[in-house]
Ligand binder design. Structure first.
Ligand code: TRP
Length: 495
C-alpha cells in the first residue's frame, strides 16, 4: 500500500500552519506580550523561536519525512527501543484533543448565542452560569451539562469528517479553515480601529518595557510559548511531515510554517488589544486590568467588548467563527497524530474506521469536561499534560535524534533535500540547547507545582493531573528499558 501524500506543498504548509495557529495565538500570545514588557517581549520570543522552536520543528518535519511514518514507528526506526516515546506522545495527544474539543464546543454555543447576544447583561455570569453551569467546586460534579455535551458531539462529528480521508479530506478543509480566520481577524481589526480607544490597547501591547528582560519569568514564558505555539512534541508535526515526499525541502518549509505562525500571533495581538482598548475606554478602566488570557479572554472579556459595539451580533458571530476555524485545524492535527500512530503499526486497518474509533473515544473521554465541574478538570488536564508531557517528549526526542541517532546524520539528510542548507548550529541546538532549556523549564514548573500546588484544588483532583503524567511515563519508561535490554541481549556488539 502506498502512503498517503499531500496534494501539494501549499496544502502541507497550510495544514502545518493550521495546526500551529490555534487558540494559543489569540488568547495566549497577546496576553504574554502585554504582560511581559510589550514590544520588549519580542526579544526573548524571537530568541526562543530561533534557538528552540525552529530547530525542533525542523527535527519533527525531518523525522516524519525521512522515516515516512507517524511518531511511534518513526521513533522506532531511529532506535528500536524508542517506540515507547511515540506511544507517550500519542497518548498525550489523545488527552489534549479530548479537552481541546470541549473549548470548541463552548465556542459553538457562543456562536449560537451571538444572534441574541446572550451575554450582554453580564458576560461573566453568562459564561460560568449559563454556558458552563459551573458547580461550586470540583468536589461537586453535578451531572452532565447537556448543551455542552451536544455541542461536543457536533464538534467531534466535524473533526471526524476532516480526518476520515486523511490528507485528502484534511487538504480540502485547510484550504478554507486556515485563511478564513485570518480574514476574519482583519475584519475585526478594521472594526477595532474604527472605534475609540484602540490606541490605548496598542500602547499596552507594544510600548517596550526593557526592564522586563531581566525578569527570568519573561524568558520562561517566551520559551514555553514558542514550544506550545508550534504544536511540538505530540506527534502532529511528525505525522504531517510523513505525508511529504522523502525528497521535499525541509528547511524552507520549517521557516515558512514558523514565520507564518508568529506573524499571525503578532497580528492577532493587534486585534485583541484594539478591542480591549475600546472596552477600556468605554468602561473607563485601565487596559492592564482588562488584559486576560485563556477562556477568560475569549469567553468573557472579548464578548463583553463585542456586545458594546455597533452591529454587535454580526461581529460576535465573526469572532466565534474565527475561534472555531482556528481551533479545528489544531484539533484534527492531534487526531492525525493518533491515526498515523495507529495505522503505521497496523497498515491493513482502514483509515476511516480508525478515525471513527479515535473520534468516538475522544468524544467519550471528553464527557468528563461536559459535567458541571468540567472547567476544573479541563484546567488541570491542560496544566499537567500540555506542560509536563510536552516538555518530557521534547527533551527525549532531542536526545534521541541528537545523541542516539546522531544530529549530524539527520542534518545531512535535511541538507540533501533542502535548497538552502542548515548550518552546524542546528546540531548544537538539538544536542545541547534544547535538552538544557526544556529541562530548565520542566524544573521551574516542577518546583512551582511542588512548593505551591496549582490552583485551589483538593489533593485528589491534583493527583489526577499528576497521574496523567506519571502513569503513562512509568509505563513507557518501563517499556523502553525492557526493549533496550532485550536488544542488548540479542546483539551486544552494537552497544
Ligand atoms: N499550537 C496550538 C495553539 O497555539 C496548540 C497546541 C499545542 C497544539 N500543542 C499542540 C495543537 C499539539 C495541536 C497539536 O493553539
Amino acid at each position: 500500500m502506498t502512503r498517503q501524500k499531500w496534494s501539494s506543498r501549499t496544502i502541507f504548509i497550510l495544514a502545518a500552519v493550521g495546526s500551529a495557529v490555534g487558540l494559543g495565538n489569540v488568547w495566549r500570545f497577546p496576553y504574554l506580550a502585554g504582560k511581559y514588557g510589550g514590544g520588549a517581549f519580542l526579544v526573548p520570543y524571537a530568541i526562543a523561536l530561533i534557538a528552540v522552536g525552529i530547530p525542533l520543528l525542523m527535527l519533527e518535519f525531518a523525522v516524519g519525512q525521512k522515516m515516512q511514518q507517524g511518531a511511534i514507528a518513526s521513533y522506532k526506526k531511529l532506535h528500536p527501543a524508542f517506540s515507547a516515546l511515540g506511544i507517550f506522545a500519542v497518548f498525550s495527544a489523545f488527552i489534549i484533543v479530548s479537552y481541546y474539543a470541549v473549548v470548541m464546543a463552548w465556542s459553538l454555543l457562543y456562536l449560537l448565542a451571538s444572534f441574541r447576544l446572550g451575554w450582554s447583561e453580564d458576560a461573566s455570569a453568562f459564561f460560568y452560569g449559563e454556558v458552563l453551569q459551573i458547580s461550586e467546586n470540583i468536589n461537586t460534579i453535578g451531572g452532565i451539562n447537556w448543551p455542552v455535551f451536544i455541542a461536543l458531539l457536533l464538534v467531534w462529528i466535524a473533526i471526524y469528517f476532516c480526518v476520515w480521508k486523511g490528507t485528502k479530506s484534511v487538504g480540502n478543509v485547510v484550504a478554507y479553515t486556515v485563511p478564513l480566520p485570518v480574514i476574519l481577524m482583519a475584519i475585526l481589526l478594521i472594526r477595532g480601529i474604527t472605534l475609540p480607544g484602540f490606541l490605548n490597547g496598542w500602547q499596552f501591547y507594544l510600548i517596550p518595557n526593557w526592564q522586563q528582560l531581566i525578569n527570568p519569568e519573561v524568558w520562561t514564558a517566551a520559551f514555553s510559548q514558542i514550544f506550545f505555539t508550534l504544536s511540538l512534541a505530540f506527534g502532529t508535526m511528525i505525522a504531517y511531515g510523513s505525508y511529504k515526499n522523502s525528497d521535499d525541502d525541509i528547511v524552507a518549509d520549517t521557516w515558512t510554517t514558523a514565520l507564518l505562525n508568529s506573524g499571525i500571533s503578532l497580528f492577532s495581538g493587534f486585534v485583541v488589544f484594539a478591542v480591549l482598548g475600546y472596552l477600556a475606554t468605554i468602561k473607563d478602566t485601565p487596559v492592564p486590568e482588562l488584559a486576560a488570557s485563556g477562556p477568560g479572554l475569549a469567553f468573557i472579556i472579548f464578548p463583553e467588548a463585542l456586545s458594546q459595539m455597533p452591529l454587535a451580533p454580526i461581529f460576535s458571530l465573526l469572532f466565534f467563527i474565527m475561534l472555531l476555524t482556528l481551533g479545528i485545524d489544531s484539533a484534527f492535527s492531534l487526531v492525525e497524530a493518533i491515526n498515523a500512530g495507529i495505522l503505521d503499526l497496523r497498515s491493513d486497518w482502514d483509515l476511516a474506521k480508525v478515525s471513527l474509533f479515535v473520534c468516538s473515544f475522544g468524544f467519550i473521554a471528553g464527557i468528563i469536561y461536559t459535567t458541571k465541574a468540567g472547567l476544573y478538570f479541563l484546567d488541570i488536564a491542560d496544566r499537567f499534560v500540555l506542560n509536563y508531557n510536552g516538555l518530557l517528549t521534547g527533551i527525549f526526542q532531542a536526545i534521541l535524534v541528537g545523541w542516539i541517532y546522531g544530529a549530524e546524520k539527520m542534518r545531512r539528510y535535511i541538507n540533501e533535500v533542502s535548497d538552502r542548507p542548515v548550518g552546524k548550529w542546528w546540531n548544537i541546538a538539538i544536542k545541547y540547547l534544547i535538552p538544557i532549556v526544556l529541562t530548565a523549564l520542566l524544573a521551574t514548573q516542577l518546583t512551582r507545582d511542588l512548593t505551591s500546588p496549582y490552583g485551589q484544588y483538593p489533593a485528589w483532583a491534583l493527583s489526577l493531573g499528576w497521574a496523567c503524567v506519571i502513569v503513562p511515563l512509568t509505563i513507557c519508561a518501563a517499556l523502553l528499558l525492557k526493549n533496550w535490554q532485550k536488544l542488548r541481549r540479542r546483539s551486544p556488539q552494537t552497544f
